[in-house]
Design a protein around this ligand. Structure first.
Ligand SMILES: [Fe+2]
Ligand SMILES: [Fe+2]
Length: 188
C-alpha cells in the first residue's frame, strides 16, 4: 500500500481532474447551454461521499502527528480542520444548488453558477495550500514510523470514482474525465 502522504497527494490530483470536469459543465451552463445532468449529479454525489469521509479525516490525523513532532512546522496548517468544515459546508451548498437547478427554478441559475464556482475556487485554494505548506512540512517532520503507523490506520475505503470499484453512478463521469485527459494528452 502506498504511504499515507502519497495517497493524499494522489487524491489531490484526482480532485483537480474532478474540478476540471465540473468547470467544463459550468462553462456550458454559463454560455446558455445544457450541462450534462448525469455528470453534474455524479460530481455532486462524489464531493459529499469521499472527501469528508476519507480525505479530510486522514489529513486531520496527519496534522495531529505533525503538531506532536514539530509544532512550529504545523503552524502554517493551523486552520486546516476549520477549512475542512468549511469545504464540507460548501459541498452541501453545492448539492442544494444542484437540486434547485434540477427543479428548474430559473431564478436559481445565477445561484447555481455562484455556488458551483465558490466550491471550485475553495477546493483549488485549499489543495494548493496543502501542497505548498502542509505536505512538505509533514514530509520533513514525520518519522518513517509515524508514516507507517498513519498508513496502517488509513480506513480501507475504496475511492468510489477513482478507485477500483466500478460503481454505476460514476461510470459516465469516469469516462468523461478519462476522455478529456486523453484529448489533452493528444493535443499537447
Ligand atoms: Fe484538506
Ligand atoms: Fe487535501
Amino acid at each position: 500500500m502506498a504511504n499515507v502522504l502519497s495517497i493524499l497527494r494522489q487524491d489531490h490530483k484526482n480532485m483537480s481532474r474532478l474540478l476540471d470536469a465540473l468547470e467544463r459543465q459550468i462553462e456550458i451552463f454559463d454560455a446558455g447551454g445544457h450541462p450534462d445532468l448525469d455528470i453534474v449529479l455524479a460530481i455532486a454525489g462524489y464531493v459529499l461521499e469521499y472527501p469528508d469521509r476519507f480525505h479530510h479525516p486522514v489529513e486531520d490525523m496527519v496534522l495531529d502527528v505533525l503538531r506532536q513532532r514539530d509544532a512550529a512546522a504545523a503552524q502554517p496548517a493551523a486552520g486546516l480542520e476549520r477549512e475542512h468544515q468549511r469545504i464540507g459546508q460548501l459541498a452541501r451548498d453545492f448539492n442544494l444548488a444542484v437540486e434547485a437547478w434540477i427543479s428548474e427554478e430559473p431564478a436559481r441559475r445565477a445561484d447555481f453558477l455562484d455556488t458551483a464556482r465558490s466550491f471550485v475556487t475553495a477546493m483549488r485554494d485549499h489543495i494548493a495550500h496543502e501542497d505548498r505548506e502542509f505536505f512538505p512540512a509533514a514530509e520533513a517532520a514525520l518519522t518513517a514510523e509515524d508514516l507507517d503507523r498513519l498508513t496502517d490506520s488509513v480506513p480501507r475505503l475504496d475511492d468510489p470514482l477513482f478507485g477500483t470499484a466500478d460503481r454505476d453512478s460514476y461510470v459516465r463521469l469516469r469516462q468523461n474525465i478519462l476522455n478529456w485527459s486523453a484529448d489533452e494528452a493528444a493535443s499537447s
